[in-house]
Write a protein that binds this ligand. Structure first.
Ligand code: GDP
Ligand code: IMO
Ligand code: MG
Length: 420
């Protein structure tokens, strides 16, 4: 049995906190896509921890954590993260497992990401510059080096061939930065990676499932950043949606049970691209300030706006969401009035559907107003003691998106969550 937790917006919905909260109910937590572009924040013993590639179940003693084949893995970031979690007493050799089919991010992938973004100028994606796009291009282009290849006798040759190809591309971009220091740390990190548990993940996970173990698949990024269904080309390079679980872990669709979608009570986006409900005014500033909306991976200020129900309903449909978790509801505590987007005016025409192409279109949100609750909700523990105005807000959302909000997160702490 596999349950899924994934983001329904443009990322940073609070997936890390939510996975950490649910982790004790599962035997295995598995990342199925993305890479070090992700930044999942959780609090361990009161200390803030941001995970990029290691699943958010790593701090729960006996939970097995898997980096699946759908992930693109940067050995350098992984080594740093392993050191960081070891400081909390976590033994990664005991409970971290990596698929031998996982694709590796090379130093030249990072350089190519940078060169490509520079060449795009004003129309750049706003990539995290972690090499994600180029690494997935080598996967679908059938050039990639995978974790299992590190153990091959001809790995060095494979590396040289691929990096030679990359250098030709970099020359075309007229990219001349010296990346030799990146290569040195890469090879050191490779040696470290080879000492970790590298497994045939598809057999492992299916045997575990057959033995009755429960798996939680942890999504990265958000549904609106999905390579197929997001706001293309301002997206990431993987399927962030629930279908990615099957191809990213080697499990069949019939194993998937619950799909828990995470959304903020408002909306944010980091990087370029369409964002119909974005607020460019003082209200947007307030959301950023109160919500502390700065990227966990890059530190960039996140763009902020009202919740977009058109995009949210679309995301629930694509993912087959069975339950919704609404995070950061407390960030709205001091707002007297709230708004939600119930339709778009696209080039003058009203629609409740996400258009094929949002880039370049004139998209105006149709907004509906709601009263705020105007009280501090951060220590509320039960549904009955949440303000009535919050219930009204949530009930409207439930009805619109056709999926029930089952949990409300009212603070970053593990214990700050209310079951509805
Ligand atoms: P992820 O990428 O989806 O895991 O989310 P991030 O970690 O990038 O960003 C979410 C941020 O919101 C982190 O700083 C979390 O600590 C914080 N957070 C999560 N849930 C809540 C919540 O309910 N309320 C508040 N105030 N902060 C939250
Ligand atoms: P988590 O898992 C928010 C955004 C980048 C950029 C676009 C492409 O923490 O929610 P990429 O580096 O993938 O080529 O960047 O996607 N992006 C994210 N935004 N949260 C993330 O991950 C993101 N990962 C990528 O800002 O706009
Ligand atoms: Mg994040």
């Amino acid at each position: 049995m596999v349950d899924v937790i994934l983001g329904l917006q443009w990322g940073d919905e609070g997936k890390g906190k939510i996975v950490d909260y649910f982790a004790p109910q599962y035997d295995i937590i598995a990342r199925f896509q993305g890479g070090p572009n992700a930044g999942h924040t959780l609090y361990v013993e009161g200390k803030k921890m941001v995970l990029h590639q290691i699943p958010s179940g790593i701090f729960h003693g006996n939970t097995i954590n898997i980096i699946g084949n759908g992930v693109v893995l940067d050995p350098v970031t992984l080594k740093k993260e392993c050191d960081a979690v070891a400081a909390f007493g976590v033994d990664v050799r005991k409970n971290l497992f990596i698929s031998e089919r996982t694709n590796i991010i090379l130093p030249t992938h990072r350089a190519l990401d940078k060169a490509s973004e520079m060449a795009k100028g004003e129309s750049k994606i706003g990539s995290t510059l972690k090499g994600i796009g180029p690494a997935y291009m080598d996967k679908t282009g059938r050039n990639a080096i995978r974790v299992g290849d590190l153990f091959r006798a001809d790995f060095q040759q494979q590396y040289q061939e691929l990096s030679r190809k990359h250098r030709q591309l970099l020359d075309n971009f007229q990219f001349s930065e010296d990346i030799s220091a990146w290569e040195t740390e890469f090879f050191e990190a490779i040696e470290f990676l080879k000492t970790l548990n590298v497994i045939n993940c598809e057999y492992f996970i299916n045997q575990q499932i057959a033995a009755g173990k429960k798996v939680l698949a942890e999504g990265a990024q958000g549904s609106m950043l999905d390579i197929d269904f997001g706001t293309f080309p301002f997206v990431t390079s993987s399927n962030t949606t629930s279908a990615g679980v099957c191809t990213g872990l080697g499990v069949s669709p019939k194993q998937i049970r619950e799909v828990l979608g995470v959304t903020k009570a408002y909306c944010t986006r980091v990087g370029g691209g369409p964002f119909p409900t974005e607020l460019h005014d003082a209200m947007g500033e307030e959301l950023r300030r109160i919500g502390n909306e700065f990227g966990a991976t890059t530190g960039r200020p996140r763009r902020c706006g009202w919740i977009d129900l058109v995009a949210l309903r679309f995301a629930c449909m694509i993912n087959g969401v069975t339950q919704v978790i609404m995070t950061k509801a407390d960030v709205l505590d001091s707002f007297e009035k709230l708004e939600v987007c119930t339709a778009y005016q696209v080039n003058g025409q009203q629609t409740q559907e996400v258009p094929f192409q949002m880039v370049g279109a004139d998209i105006q949100p149709v907004l509906q107003g709601f009263a705020g609750w105007n009280i501090d909700t951060t220590s509320v523990k039960t549904a009955e003691t949440l303000p009535e105005t919050m219930h009204t807000y949530i009930n409207f959302i439930n009805k619109y998106i056709g999926a029930p909000v089952k949990f409300v997160s009212n603070g970053p702490g593990r214990e700050q969550i209310v079951h509805l």
